[in-house]
Design a protein around this ligand. Structure first.
Ligand code: ADP
Length: 203
């Protein structure tokens, strides 16, 4: 399956989500991560350490012939409407990470308006970097998204500095030395399971 991670705003956990969803899928079957973001954050991540799957630029991916069961694509932030349509058309699921602050939600609303306009249906909103303790704001944002009939993942990703350590060390979060590394990884595992169940339901 092809999972594309996209966002209209930078700094919402797009690359962190792409890396960890790829790590989860690699645990299931052979997975490739394509870094299609000119910032090359995923390529940088891989170059600093070791990820359990290859990371290629778009140009490199176009050249290679090896088959992969799963492909995750980390895309350029702030796609325009046309680019977003192409992204939605060329994947099985578009994952839209978002923070819960008002500016991120504004960007999310804009993204969803575009997706609705082009009748894209296979997308899921992933709330990232939430406070590890239950938070009223997060509950309210999630309720608001669900009430607006938007497809939001049941599970959200908690805010742990282990993710920053992982990016710095070039590792998946489960491989860093941090008391919260396991909890951080469990969040992406749970979302990964949700994605598998979703895709099985759509097949
Ligand atoms: P984007 O690709 O949307 O710009 P990144 O994945 O690069 O976002 O994340 C932006 C910053 O936030 C990075 O410093 C990253 O380490 C940090 N970050 C991302 N997700 C989390 C999280 N769940 N908890 C803590 N920090 C996070």
């Amino acid at each position: 399956m092809i999972i594309t991670v996209a966002s209209f705003k930078g700094g919402v956990g797009k690359t962190t989500s792409a890396v960890h969803l790829a790590a989860f899928l690699q645990g299931q079957a052979k997975t490739l991560l394509i870094d299609a973001d000119p910032n090359q954050s995923a390529l940088g991540w891989a170059s600093r350490g070791e990820l359990p799957f290859p990371v290629l630029s778009s140009a490199e991916a176009a050249q290679q012939t090896e088959p992969y069961d799963h492909v995750v694509i980390d895309t350029q932030a702030r796609p325009n409407a046309e680019e977003l349509k192409t992204l939605a058309d060329t994947c099985d699921l578009l994952v839209l990470p978002t923070l819960t602050d008002v500016m991120s939600l504004d960007a999310l609303v804009l993204t969803i308006e575009y997706l609705k306009a082009v009748q894209a249906e296979r997308y899921g909103i992933l709330i990232t970097a939430i406070p590890p303790k239950p938070s009223k704001v997060v509950t309210e944002v999630k309720t608001m998204l669900i009430e607006a009939d938007l497809p939001v993942f049941n599970h959200s990703i908690r805010r742990y500095s282990a993710f920053q350590k992982a990016a710095m060390a070039g590792l998946p979060v489960y491989a860093v030395k941090d008391p919260k590394a396991e909890a951080a990884w469990e969040d992406y595992e749970t979302v990964g399971e949700e994605i598998l169940a979703l895709m099985a339901g759509m097949a």
